[in-house]
Design a protein around this ligand. Structure first.
Ligand SMILES: NC(=O)c1ccc[n+]([C@@H]2O[C@H](COP(=O)([O-])OP(=O)(O)OC[C@H]3O[C@@H](n4cnc5c(N)ncnc54)[C@H](O)[C@@H]3O)[C@@H](O)[C@H]2O)c1
Length: 234
C-alpha cells in the first residue's frame, strides 16, 4: 500500500501546476476548508452548491475577484446508500441535488454568463458506479451516469469557445467517503481490481490535472476511468 495523503491532492496538484485554487465547501466544513486553502496558497468560499442562488453567487465571486474561471472541478458529492425498496425520497433527492443537478446548473450559468474563459476546462467527478451501477447505490449510480451525460451533451456547446468538458470515473479511492462504508463493502471495493488495492486521491488528482492542462485541448466529452481495471463495469 502506498502512504496515504493528508490534504486533498486535487487542490495541491492544481496549485503545483500554477492555478490559484478557489476551494469550496459547505459552511459546516469552513474550518477544514480554510486550512486546505491556506495550505495550497489559494482562497476559500463557503457555499452550499444546492442553494437556489449558488450558481449566481459563485459566478459573482469568480467574476469580481478573478475575472472569471479557467478550470471548474465538480468534486462535491455525497452517498446515501440503501436498496431501492428502502430508500426514502429524501435520500434519493439529496444525492441527485448535490451530485448532478447543482453541477448542471453551475455549468449552464457559467456558459450563459461567460464566466468560463476561453480555453476553459470543466471536469465532473463521475464514478464506475455511473458506468456499471452498484448494489444499494441506485441514486448515486444514476447521478454519476448523469455526470457522464453532462460531459457528452455539453461538449459540443463548448466547442465554439473553445473549452472542454470531461468526466473522471474513479473506482474505490481511500477517502472520508469510503471510510464511512461498512467494512465488508470497503474490503470488496478495495480488492476487486487488477491492482488489488484501493486507489489514492492523488491518482484522481493527476487525471484531473491532465484534463485541465492546455495540452489536453483535443479531449472533450470523454470519461476517463481511474479504477485499476475494476471488475465493476469491466
Ligand atoms: N472516494 C471514492 O471512492 C470515490 C469513487 C468514485 C467517485 N467519487 C467522487 O469523487 C468526489 C469526491 O469524493 P470524496 O471521496 O473525496 O468525498 P468526500 O466526502 O471526502 O468529499 C466530498 C466533499 O463534498 C462536500 N459537499 C457535500 N455536499 C456539498 C454541497 N451541497 N455543497 C458544497 N460541498 C458539498 C463535502 O462537505 C465534502 O467535503 C465525489 O463526487 C464522489 O462521488 C469518489
Amino acid at each position: 500500500m502506498r502512504p496515504a495523503e493528508l490534504a486533498p491532492p486535487s487542490r495541491k496538484t492544481l496549485a503545483r501546476d500554477g492555478a490559484h485554487v478557489v476551494c469550496l465547501d459547505v459552511p459546516a466544513q469552513g474550518e477544514d476548508l480554510s486550512r486546505v486553502a491556506n495550505a495550497v496558497g489559494g482562497s476559500s468560499l463557503q457555499l452550499d452548491i444546492t442553494a437556489e442562488k449558488a450558481p449566481a453567487a459563485l459566478a459573482e465571486h469568480l467574476s469580481t475577484r478573478h475575472q472569471g474561471v479557467d478550470i471548474v472541478v465538480h468534486n462535491a458529492g455525497i452517498i446515501r446508500d440503501k436498496t431501492l425498496a428502502r430508500m426514502s425520497e429524501a435520500q434519493w433527492d439529496s444525492v441527485l441535488a448535490v451530485n448532478v443537478v447543482a453541477p448542471a446548473r453551475i455549468n449552464d450559468h457559467f456558459v450563459e454568463h461567460q464566466v468560463l474563459r476561453t480555453g476553459g476546462r470543466i471536469v465532473g467527478l463521475a464514478s464506475i458506479a455511473g458506468i456499471a451501477g452498484n448494489a444499494g447505490q441506485t441514486n448515486y449510480g444514476a447521478t454519476k451516469a448523469g455526470v457522464i451525460g453532462l460531459a457528452q451533451t455539453l461538449a459540443p456547446r463548448l466547442h465554439s469557445l473553445p473549452a472542454t468538458i470531461n468526466a473522471v470515473a474513479p473506482g474505490f479511492i481511500e477517502t472520508k467517503m469510503t471510510a464511512s462504508m461498512p467494512v465488508t463493502v470497503r474490503e470488496v471495493g478495495r480488492r476487486l481490481n487488477s491492482l488489488a488495492q484501493g486507489g489514492l486521491p492523488i491518482d484522481v488528482a493527476e487525471t484531473i490535472a491532465w484534463l485541465a492542462h492546455p495540452g489536453s485541448a483535443g479531449v472533450s466529452g470523454c470519461v476517463v476511468r481511474v479504477c485499476g481495471q475494476s471488475l465493476l463495469g469491466a
